[in-house]
Design a protein around this ligand. Sequence first.
Ligand SMILES: O=c1ccn([C@@H]2O[C@H](COP(=O)(O)O)[C@@H](O)[C@H]2O)c(=O)[nH]1
Length: 278
Amino acid sequence: MESFGVRLDRAVRERGPLCVGIDPHPELLARWGLADDVDGLERFARTVVDALGDRVAVIKPQSAFFERFGSQGLAILESTIRQLRERGSLVLLDVKRGDIGSTVRAYASAYLDPSSPVYVDAITASPFLGVGSLAPMFELAAEHGGGVFVLALTSNPEGASVQRARAADGRTVAQLVIDEIAQLNAGAQPLGSIGLVIGATVGETGCDLSRVNGPLLAPGLGAQGATAADLRAVFGPALPTVLPSYSREVLGAGPRPEALRAAADRAVSDCRGVLAMS
Ligand SMILES: O=c1ccn([C@@H]2O[C@H](COP(=O)(O)O)[C@@H](O)[C@H]2O)c(=O)[nH]1
Protein backbone atom coordinates (compact mmCIF):
# COMPACT_ATOMS: atom_id res chain seq x y z
CA MET A 1 0.00 0.00 0.00
CA GLU A 2 1.26 3.49 -0.85
CA SER A 3 1.81 5.78 2.10
CA PHE A 4 -0.97 8.08 3.26
CA GLY A 5 1.20 11.09 2.37
CA VAL A 6 1.47 9.90 -1.25
CA ARG A 7 -2.25 9.11 -1.46
CA LEU A 8 -3.25 12.44 0.09
CA ASP A 9 -0.95 14.38 -2.22
CA ARG A 10 -2.56 12.67 -5.24
CA ALA A 11 -6.13 13.14 -3.96
CA VAL A 12 -5.55 16.86 -3.41
CA ARG A 13 -4.00 17.29 -6.85
CA GLU A 14 -6.90 15.44 -8.49
CA ARG A 15 -9.81 16.78 -6.43
CA GLY A 16 -8.56 20.00 -4.85
CA PRO A 17 -7.46 20.97 -1.33
CA LEU A 18 -10.55 20.22 0.72
CA CYS A 19 -11.71 18.12 3.63
CA VAL A 20 -15.44 18.11 4.39
CA GLY A 21 -16.68 16.87 7.75
CA ILE A 22 -19.76 14.74 8.31
CA ASP A 23 -21.05 16.30 11.53
CA PRO A 24 -24.76 15.46 11.87
CA HIS A 25 -25.59 18.03 14.57
CA PRO A 26 -29.21 17.80 15.81
CA GLU A 27 -29.76 21.35 14.43
CA LEU A 28 -28.58 20.27 10.98
CA LEU A 29 -30.77 17.16 11.03
CA ALA A 30 -33.75 19.41 11.82
CA ARG A 31 -32.77 21.87 9.08
CA TRP A 32 -32.60 19.02 6.59
CA GLY A 33 -36.09 17.89 7.67
CA LEU A 34 -34.71 14.74 9.31
CA ALA A 35 -35.52 13.29 12.71
CA ASP A 36 -32.85 13.29 15.41
CA ASP A 37 -32.69 9.50 15.40
CA VAL A 38 -30.86 6.60 13.78
CA ASP A 39 -32.86 6.87 10.58
CA GLY A 40 -32.12 10.61 10.34
CA LEU A 41 -28.42 9.95 10.96
CA GLU A 42 -28.31 7.30 8.23
CA ARG A 43 -30.06 9.48 5.67
CA PHE A 44 -27.89 12.47 6.49
CA ALA A 45 -24.64 10.51 6.15
CA ARG A 46 -25.83 8.78 2.99
CA THR A 47 -26.75 12.12 1.38
CA VAL A 48 -23.28 13.53 2.06
CA VAL A 49 -21.61 10.37 0.74
CA ASP A 50 -23.68 10.41 -2.46
CA ALA A 51 -23.18 14.14 -3.04
CA LEU A 52 -19.48 14.46 -2.19
CA GLY A 53 -17.84 11.04 -2.01
CA ASP A 54 -16.72 11.09 -5.64
CA ARG A 55 -15.70 14.74 -5.59
CA VAL A 56 -13.95 15.80 -2.37
CA ALA A 57 -10.38 14.71 -1.54
CA VAL A 58 -10.96 13.90 2.12
CA ILE A 59 -14.16 13.30 4.06
CA LYS A 60 -14.01 13.50 7.84
CA PRO A 61 -16.82 11.79 9.74
CA GLN A 62 -16.98 13.17 13.29
CA SER A 63 -17.23 10.03 15.42
CA ALA A 64 -19.08 11.75 18.28
CA PHE A 65 -22.21 12.30 16.20
CA PHE A 66 -22.37 8.58 15.37
CA GLU A 67 -21.39 7.37 18.86
CA ARG A 68 -24.29 9.23 20.43
CA PHE A 69 -26.65 6.67 18.86
CA GLY A 70 -24.78 3.72 20.42
CA SER A 71 -24.25 0.49 18.52
CA GLN A 72 -26.71 1.51 15.77
CA GLY A 73 -24.80 4.75 15.24
CA LEU A 74 -21.53 2.84 15.04
CA ALA A 75 -23.05 0.49 12.46
CA ILE A 76 -23.94 3.56 10.37
CA LEU A 77 -20.40 4.89 10.82
CA GLU A 78 -19.07 1.57 9.52
CA SER A 79 -21.28 1.63 6.46
CA THR A 80 -20.53 5.32 5.84
CA ILE A 81 -16.80 4.57 5.86
CA ARG A 82 -17.32 1.69 3.44
CA GLN A 83 -19.43 3.80 1.06
CA LEU A 84 -16.89 6.63 1.10
CA ARG A 85 -14.10 4.23 0.18
CA GLU A 86 -16.17 2.91 -2.73
CA ARG A 87 -16.55 6.46 -4.03
CA GLY A 88 -12.86 7.21 -3.78
CA SER A 89 -12.51 9.88 -1.15
CA LEU A 90 -9.97 9.39 1.62
CA VAL A 91 -11.62 8.88 5.01
CA LEU A 92 -10.25 10.77 7.99
CA LEU A 93 -12.09 9.71 11.14
CA ASP A 94 -12.17 12.52 13.70
CA VAL A 95 -11.92 10.59 16.99
CA LYS A 96 -9.07 12.44 18.76
CA ARG A 97 -7.78 9.33 20.48
CA GLY A 98 -4.89 9.27 22.94
CA ASP A 99 -3.94 7.18 25.99
CA ILE A 100 -1.05 5.24 27.47
CA GLY A 101 0.89 3.39 24.80
CA SER A 102 -0.56 -0.09 25.44
CA THR A 103 -4.10 1.24 24.99
CA VAL A 104 -3.09 3.38 22.01
CA ARG A 105 -2.05 0.10 20.38
CA ALA A 106 -5.69 -1.08 20.66
CA TYR A 107 -6.98 2.19 19.20
CA ALA A 108 -4.48 1.83 16.39
CA SER A 109 -5.72 -1.65 15.55
CA ALA A 110 -9.33 -0.42 15.70
CA TYR A 111 -8.82 2.28 13.08
CA LEU A 112 -5.59 1.65 11.18
CA ASP A 113 -5.59 -2.12 10.72
CA PRO A 114 -7.21 -3.05 7.38
CA SER A 115 -8.95 -6.06 8.99
CA SER A 116 -10.97 -3.82 11.33
CA PRO A 117 -14.61 -2.93 10.51
CA VAL A 118 -13.87 0.74 11.21
CA TYR A 119 -10.59 0.85 9.28
CA VAL A 120 -10.02 4.31 7.81
CA ASP A 121 -7.26 6.08 5.90
CA ALA A 122 -6.39 8.36 8.81
CA ILE A 123 -7.49 9.40 12.29
CA THR A 124 -7.06 12.38 14.57
CA ALA A 125 -5.09 11.88 17.80
CA SER A 126 -4.41 13.82 20.97
CA PRO A 127 -0.74 14.14 22.03
CA PHE A 128 -1.37 15.33 25.55
CA LEU A 129 -0.25 12.05 27.13
CA GLY A 130 3.02 12.66 25.30
CA VAL A 131 3.65 12.40 21.56
CA GLY A 132 5.66 9.22 22.24
CA SER A 133 2.55 7.50 23.65
CA LEU A 134 1.09 7.63 20.12
CA ALA A 135 3.97 5.54 18.71
CA PRO A 136 1.80 2.41 18.16
CA MET A 137 -0.47 4.50 15.92
CA PHE A 138 2.48 5.84 13.94
CA GLU A 139 3.87 2.30 13.56
CA LEU A 140 0.61 0.75 12.35
CA ALA A 141 -0.02 3.73 10.07
CA ALA A 142 3.41 3.23 8.49
CA GLU A 143 2.80 -0.51 8.09
CA HIS A 144 -0.57 -0.13 6.32
CA GLY A 145 -0.31 3.20 4.50
CA GLY A 146 -2.39 5.08 7.05
CA GLY A 147 -2.15 8.58 8.45
CA VAL A 148 -2.48 10.26 11.84
CA PHE A 149 -3.32 13.94 12.42
CA VAL A 150 -2.00 15.08 15.80
CA LEU A 151 -3.54 18.06 17.60
CA ALA A 152 -1.10 20.96 17.91
CA LEU A 153 -3.04 24.26 18.00
CA THR A 154 -6.75 23.55 18.07
CA SER A 155 -9.36 25.92 16.68
CA ASN A 156 -11.22 26.43 19.98
CA PRO A 157 -10.29 29.43 22.14
CA GLU A 158 -9.75 27.25 25.24
CA GLY A 159 -6.88 25.39 23.59
CA ALA A 160 -4.38 28.23 23.78
CA SER A 161 -3.83 28.15 27.56
CA VAL A 162 -2.39 24.64 27.27
CA GLN A 163 -1.00 24.62 23.75
CA ARG A 164 0.77 28.00 23.93
CA ALA A 165 2.16 27.35 27.42
CA ARG A 166 5.95 27.19 27.48
CA ALA A 167 8.05 24.20 28.42
CA ALA A 168 11.34 24.43 30.34
CA ASP A 169 13.36 25.00 27.16
CA GLY A 170 11.17 27.97 26.13
CA ARG A 171 9.32 26.24 23.31
CA THR A 172 5.53 26.22 23.39
CA VAL A 173 3.75 22.91 23.92
CA ALA A 174 2.50 23.22 20.33
CA GLN A 175 6.07 23.64 19.06
CA LEU A 176 7.19 20.56 21.02
CA VAL A 177 4.46 18.54 19.31
CA ILE A 178 5.33 20.05 15.92
CA ASP A 179 9.04 19.25 16.32
CA GLU A 180 8.38 15.62 17.29
CA ILE A 181 6.09 15.12 14.31
CA ALA A 182 8.64 16.78 12.01
CA GLN A 183 11.16 14.11 13.01
CA LEU A 184 8.73 11.35 12.03
CA ASN A 185 8.18 12.86 8.57
CA ALA A 186 11.82 13.65 7.82
CA GLY A 187 12.82 12.65 4.30
CA ALA A 188 9.33 11.53 3.18
CA GLN A 189 8.42 12.36 -0.41
CA PRO A 190 6.31 14.22 -1.45
CA LEU A 191 4.80 14.43 2.04
CA GLY A 192 4.98 12.48 5.28
CA SER A 193 1.95 10.62 6.65
CA ILE A 194 1.81 12.16 10.10
CA GLY A 195 -0.10 15.42 10.01
CA LEU A 196 -0.89 18.14 12.49
CA VAL A 197 -4.16 19.88 13.37
CA ILE A 198 -3.81 23.65 13.44
CA GLY A 199 -7.01 25.66 13.51
CA ALA A 200 -7.67 28.34 10.91
CA THR A 201 -8.92 30.49 13.79
CA VAL A 202 -5.67 30.68 15.78
CA GLY A 203 -4.05 33.72 14.14
CA GLU A 204 -0.27 33.93 14.12
CA THR A 205 1.00 30.68 15.58
CA GLY A 206 4.45 31.86 16.62
CA CYS A 207 5.50 28.34 15.61
CA ASP A 208 8.11 27.14 13.16
CA LEU A 209 6.30 24.87 10.70
CA SER A 210 9.15 24.75 8.19
CA ARG A 211 10.27 21.18 8.93
CA VAL A 212 6.90 19.45 9.40
CA ASN A 213 6.88 17.87 5.92
CA GLY A 214 3.39 16.54 6.60
CA PRO A 215 -0.20 17.68 6.02
CA LEU A 216 -1.66 20.47 8.15
CA LEU A 217 -5.38 19.99 8.76
CA ALA A 218 -7.05 23.38 9.24
CA PRO A 219 -10.51 23.17 10.87
CA GLY A 220 -12.36 26.25 12.08
CA LEU A 221 -13.32 27.57 8.64
CA GLY A 222 -16.87 28.75 8.15
CA ALA A 223 -19.02 28.11 11.23
CA GLN A 224 -16.22 28.91 13.71
CA GLY A 225 -15.52 32.21 12.00
CA ALA A 226 -12.30 31.75 10.03
CA THR A 227 -12.19 32.42 6.29
CA ALA A 228 -9.90 31.07 3.60
CA ALA A 229 -8.06 34.41 3.65
CA ASP A 230 -7.12 33.78 7.31
CA LEU A 231 -5.07 30.74 6.29
CA ARG A 232 -2.30 33.04 5.03
CA ALA A 233 -1.60 34.61 8.43
CA VAL A 234 -1.80 31.27 10.26
CA PHE A 235 0.35 29.15 7.96
CA GLY A 236 2.60 31.55 6.02
CA PRO A 237 5.17 29.61 3.98
CA ALA A 238 3.61 26.29 5.05
CA LEU A 239 0.41 27.03 3.06
CA PRO A 240 1.08 24.46 0.31
CA THR A 241 0.66 21.61 2.80
CA VAL A 242 -2.57 22.90 4.34
CA LEU A 243 -5.75 20.81 4.07
CA PRO A 244 -8.65 23.19 4.77
CA SER A 245 -11.56 21.56 6.61
CA TYR A 246 -15.20 22.65 6.67
CA SER A 247 -18.18 20.91 8.24
CA ARG A 248 -21.26 23.03 9.04
CA GLU A 249 -20.48 25.63 6.36
CA VAL A 250 -20.82 23.02 3.61
CA LEU A 251 -23.39 20.78 5.32
CA GLY A 252 -25.64 23.78 5.96
CA ALA A 253 -26.19 24.03 2.20
CA GLY A 254 -27.90 20.60 2.15
CA PRO A 255 -29.85 18.44 1.79
CA ARG A 256 -30.03 18.96 -1.98
CA PRO A 257 -26.99 17.18 -3.47
CA GLU A 258 -26.44 19.96 -6.05
CA ALA A 259 -26.36 22.56 -3.26
CA LEU A 260 -23.89 20.46 -1.23
CA ARG A 261 -21.69 20.08 -4.29
CA ALA A 262 -21.85 23.80 -5.04
CA ALA A 263 -20.86 24.63 -1.45
CA ALA A 264 -17.91 22.22 -1.62
CA ASP A 265 -16.84 23.65 -4.98
CA ARG A 266 -16.98 27.18 -3.52
CA ALA A 267 -14.84 26.11 -0.58
CA VAL A 268 -12.24 24.52 -2.86
CA SER A 269 -12.10 27.57 -5.06
CA ASP A 270 -11.76 29.99 -2.08
CA CYS A 271 -8.97 27.88 -0.58
CA ARG A 272 -7.21 27.15 -3.85
CA GLY A 273 -6.99 30.90 -4.45
CA VAL A 274 -5.20 31.42 -1.13
CA LEU A 275 -3.01 28.31 -1.22
CA ALA A 276 -1.92 29.09 -4.79
CA MET A 277 -0.66 32.51 -3.71
CA SER A 278 1.97 30.94 -1.46
O1 LIG B 1 -9.02 21.98 16.46
C1 LIG B 1 -10.00 21.36 16.04
C2 LIG B 1 -9.98 19.99 15.79
C3 LIG B 1 -11.08 19.39 15.28
N1 LIG B 1 -12.21 20.09 15.01
C4 LIG B 1 -13.36 19.36 14.45
O2 LIG B 1 -13.63 19.85 13.14
C5 LIG B 1 -15.03 19.99 12.94
C6 LIG B 1 -15.35 21.46 12.74
O3 LIG B 1 -16.71 21.62 12.41
P1 LIG B 1 -17.28 23.02 11.86
O4 LIG B 1 -18.73 22.75 11.69
O5 LIG B 1 -16.60 23.30 10.55
O6 LIG B 1 -17.01 24.05 12.88
C7 LIG B 1 -15.71 19.39 14.16
O7 LIG B 1 -15.95 18.02 13.91
C8 LIG B 1 -14.66 19.52 15.24
O8 LIG B 1 -14.76 18.53 16.24
C9 LIG B 1 -12.23 21.44 15.24
O9 LIG B 1 -13.23 22.13 15.00
N2 LIG B 1 -11.13 22.03 15.75
